[in-house]
Design a protein around this ligand. Structure first.
Ligand code: ZN
Ligand code: ZN
Length: 389
């Protein structure tokens, strides 16, 4: 299309700003980095907006592997293709893309199956490298390697992403970048878990453990499906304003600690157990409670929370045998990025799916450490950062 005003950067390294995690748990350092050109099956992306997700905070704090430094975190974003590497036919310069941590190769038997979103050609792993050749595209100004994060690394003005992790979207009309970027991780995960993994039906009862963005996105998905009752369980009632929870149709059960859930209370509220329970925190004890709270015979418990590596949950074998309940995990809400993100975007454009109410803050990229503070203090749901302001 048309002539370029600027000389093409394709095939050349790009120097740009990035927020680098130099020390686990310490403020990110805004510095100049070099982003190498994309290799085969890769695209280099100019990030337009990125938002902060809980997993960024989890890995930022992690001192031991899979935590690693220096690293460019960030995995919820939207951007424009700057250039593509060899063998890339599905994308071209100027395309708008949403990167996703979960690969969708479109070729393997799992990607071709309707039953799974877990690619076996490029299996999902928390790796500090590019997925195909195990190297990095980032270096600092001293020439030292900087690591990737979840195959995205969006806390950089430019990043390189494998095409299996990129979904092209059509920006017809006025899709706002600061809304569409939410479909890159948290909101898709919550809504997808309600629609695809649980398949919530009209008139049912849903209990959500943990009312962060993912928990509230589950509530949004359940609301659209016509759930009769959405009960939210959390222990920090002061962080919610009641009007906001009403927007999500969530009835709050506030606890003084997450370990003190009264099964009896939930049982009475749900008249014998919820149809669907969602664990959105990542605590083994809460996963056990969620399983205990869902209805015998058909209740489904969906685990969305990311627990500490190697942690285990306990289930009584007799209970499993006698209760006939379903327990399952769900990555990216069971959605296939390349087909389901455009579907979610259309639902948003049709004013069916709500994204606006998740964006509580917008900041400039240079204020990224403030975005971390807001999320850690429980003051934000989604804080969207603009790269070029
Ligand atoms: Zn695949
Ligand atoms: Zn995320």
């Amino acid at each position: 299309m048309g002539s370029h005003q600027k000389p093409s950067t394709a095939g050349k390294p790009i120097r740009c700003k990035a927020a680098v995690c130099r020390v686990a748990g310490a403020p990110l350092v805004m510095e100049e980095v070099t982003v190498a050109p994309p290799q085969a099956h890769e695209a280099r992306i100019r990030i337009v907006c990125t938002s902060l997700c809980q997993s960024d905070v989890t890995f930022w704090k992690l001192k031991d592997f899979p935590g690693i430094t220096p690293r460019i975190l960030g995995h919820e974003a939207i951007g424009i293709v700057e250039s593509v590497g060899a063998e890339v036919t599905e994308l071209t310069e100027g395309d708008t893309v949403i990167p996703v941590f979960l690969p969708d190769c479109g070729e393997c038997s799992d990607c071709l199956s309707k039953k799974s979103n877990l690619c076996s050609k490029l299996p999902f792993k928390v790796s500090p490298w590019m997925p195909r050749d195990g190297t990095s595209r980032f270096t600092d100004l001293d020439g030292n390697t900087i690591h990737h994060f979840l195959s995205v690394s969006s806390f950089s003005e430019y990043t390189v992403v494998d095409i299996a992790h990129l979904t092209k979207i059509d920006l017809d009309g006025d899709v706002q970048m600061n809304r569409a970027c939410l479909l890159s991780c948290g909101i898709s995960t919550g809504v997808g878990a309600a629609w695809r993994t649980a398949d919530v039906e009209e008139g049912t009862t849903v209990v959500i453990f943990g009312l962060g963005s993912i928990g509230l996105a589950v509530a949004e998905g359940a609301r659209i499906r016509g759930a009769a009752r959405i009960i939210g369980i959390d222990m920090k009632p002061e962080k919610f304003d009641v009007g906001q929870l009403e927007d999500f149709r969530v009835q709050m059960v506030a606890l003084s600690c997450l370990e003190c859930i009264e099964l009896q209370v939930i049982n009475e509220m749900t008249e014998g157990g919820a149809d669907y329970c969602f664990e959105c925190v990542g605590l083994p004890s809460l996963m056990e409670e969620a399983y205990a709270c869902c209805r015998k015979g058909w209740g489904k418990t969906i685990v969305l929370g990311v627990a500490r590596p190697m942690s285990e949950m306990k289930l009584e074998c007799f209970e499993v045998l006698h209760s006939g309940k379903i327990l399952t995990g769900s990555l990216f809400g069971g959605l296939k990025p390349k087909s389901d993100i455009p579907m979610l975007l259309k639902r948003y454009m049709d004013r069916d799916l709500e994204l606006d109410k998740f964006v509580t803050h917008e900041l400039d990229f240079k204020e990224i450490n403030t975005a971390f503070d807001l999320l850690i203090e429980g003051k934000s749901l989604r804080c969207v950062m603009w790269m070029d302001r």
